[in-house]
Design a protein around this ligand. Sequence first.
Ligand SMILES: [Fe+2]
Length: 290
Amino acid sequence: MTMTAHPHVETFFDEATNTFSYVVRDPASAACAVVDSVLDFDYASGAISHASADRIIQYIRDNKLVLEWLIETHVHADHLSAAPYIQKILGGKIGIGAGIRIVQETFGKVFNEGTEFQRDGSQFDRLFEDDDSYAIGTLPVTVLHTPGHTPACMTHVAGDAAFVGDTLFMPDGGTARADFPGGDARTLYRSTRRVLDLPPETRLFMCHDYGPNGRQILNETTVAEQRAHNIHVHDGISEDEFVRLRTERDATLAMPRLILPSLQVNMKAGALPEPEDNGRSYLKIPINAF
Ligand SMILES: [Fe+2]
């Protein structure tokens, strides 16, 4: 019988976008991974800053950890990734689901990217396929393809800890929307069932929480809790019921505030646009694309 590893997971919360970033530590070595880092972006002024990323860097340095991986659970539409900024300082490989190619195809068109924009995921160091595996030091990680919110969504399972991205929210938050291009409610339902098939005691780490009904912000739950209480996908809710509920809810949701800057940066592994001849980078706002 093999013992399931119980890695230490350090949580960082970005209040501006309600995003959780994580540092996952190999219990048997100094190796670690960063999951879903955030680059601070003030839309009104166009200012980019690094306070959120610097807190993660400081934690890794203070604990004398070695950064091996920068994981994106998916192409985020609500914040910019700080992965390249952290990579430049601490090293590590940037990894995302192989479905990124579909996202690049879709949004390459939306942002009218030229032929120099490769739609093959080559901006990333590693593309994960379903049931892929890798290691953080000696800690094995398996990767489940969990599309529905986006085609590139993956759930990373490291010992008894699973990083679900936007596949699930806390039980009282339900699930993420499935109405972005490439999203699909039926597919999302099947992905949630895959996550909920993990052992009941598995710790599930959220990517977002908005504190529904005024409760405090929370980031961690278990498979058992979700199966008993998740308002969208607890045991007993059928696929058709979920699809109806999800579709109705999605019709009421506005676009996330940072979707346009986020997608055009995150689909390039977080790289900012090449500077123009005055040395400054510019982001595009497509008019009436959504
Ligand atoms: Fe998302």
